[in-house]
Design a protein around this ligand. Structure first.
Ligand code: M6R
Length: 366
């Protein structure tokens, strides 16, 4: 069943190029430079009438939501809020018929996400979900569903479910931008040309597995880790830290790189490894200066950078090079690097990678 892999998690990490292809199949045309969701019940008029999007999810799915906010604001210029499902219900909510509520969930059974959906529905919101399980409770209670075609995800640590959620939301954001006449055909075509490169870009990161394994050997006994990123790679910092915590039990924190000097910088000394997501981007210089701040305080920097990056070579301790891709999609190669790192740490520590202690694959209690 594990098809030659040691664990389901490892298999699922390696399945990501295929899972992404399966997820977006039928949703775009390169000839017409357009995106479509043929099974979408939320009719186009409703899409035009909507004035706000509220995304709700838990854990890794919440991180996918945080990335989606960048996409939707950029392509469709709509205000987006992203909430943790267990926090959502206990506030005075501002929701009406012009709100599109989006639940993101691999299992479609997460209790807090389901309850949040029911509250939003009562208040008149249109309900959409991004879900991996056909026939699940959340998919059944939604007006429209975008199914991620990741295939069954067995490992408790979410990997391919995350990347297929993110690509689905990228396509959905382009769809909204297209329907609202904000995203031009030319732009759409340019973005799609990058989307279809993703499987090959991810394969390239997977081919760096030995390098990442050697880093895991070196750092598996660290007691703490800091993950830093900005912009779309800030949620990846959160995700990298969550994955390390959940399967290797190493304490890790994800932080927006620019927030470091407002507190966590006090943690940095020569024993603290800092994983920095610093691909070529609009915030590259800013992240690079955060790397310098870490090095000035003797922290150990493992940086994920774009191939050929000369700027950080002399400053970082270790570099993982990823292929060049537009900033919005750089989250795919950066997150895969963090997944492999967490996987190897947990495996080397002799832990139960697929069934970490205290955790269940689907959390059906509130
Ligand atoms: O099935 P869901 O996507 O609703 O699950 C949400 C979280 O429980 C899940 O992502 C959890 O955080 C994972 N174990 C993370 O790897």
């Amino acid at each position: 069943e594990k098809a030659g892999y040691n664990h389901f998690m490892q298999k699922e990490i390696y399945e990501q190029p295929r899972a992404i292809i399966d997820t977006i199949r039928g949703n775009y045309s390169l000839e017409n430079s357009s995106v479509s969701f043929p099974d979408f019940n939320i009719i186009k008029d409703a899409v035009k009438d909507l004035n706000r999007i509220v995304i709700v999810a838990c854990g890794t799915s919440w991180h996918a939501g945080l990335i989606a906010k960048f996409y939707i604001e950029k392509f469709a210029k709509m205000p987006v809020e992203v909430d943790i499902a267990s926090e959502f219900r206990y506030r005075s909510l501002v929701i009406d018929e012009k709100t599109l509520f989006v639940a993101i969930t691999q299992s479609g059974e997460t209790a807090d996400t389901l309850s949040a959906l029911r509250v939003a529905k009562k208040m008149g919101a249109k309900i959409m979900s991004v879900c991996n399980v056909v026939g699940s409770s959340i998919s059944r209670e939604s007006d429209s569903v975008i199914y991620t075609h990741a295939g069954p995800e067995i490992g408790v640590a979410s990997t391919k479910a995350f990347t297929t959620q993110v690509i689905s939301l990228f396509m959905f954001a382009m769809f909204l931008g297209q329907e609202r006449k904000i995203l031009s055909r030319d732009e759409c075509g340019r973005y799609l040309a990058e989307v279809v490169r993703l499987p090959e870009v991810i394969e390239n990161v997977l081919s760096k597995d030995d390098l990442i394994l050697s880093l895991a050997k070196q750092f598996k006994d660290a007691s703490d880790f800091l993950y830093l990123g900005r912009n779309v790679n800030f949620p990846v910092a959160l995700e990298g830290a969550l994955k390390l915590k959940e399967i290797s039990y190493i304490h890790a924190e994800g932080y927006a790189a620019g927030e470091m000097k407002h507190g966590p910088i006090a943690l940095i000394d020569k024993t603290l490894p800092v994983f920095v997501l610093c691909p070529k981007s609009s915030v590259y210089e800013k992240v690079a200066s955060n790397v310098e701040e870490v090095k000035t305080r003797d922290g150990i920097v493992i940086a994920v950078v774009t191939e050929g990056d000369e700027g950080l070579k002399d400053i970082c301790d270790y570099m993982i090079e990823i292929p060049d891709i537009i900033e919005e999609l750089s989250v795919f190669p950066t997150v895969v690097a963090t997944q492999l790192f967490s996987y190897h740490c947990a495996h080397l520590l002799g832990l139960d990678v697929d069934q970490p202690r205290n955790l269940a694959k689907s959390v059906t209690v509130e």
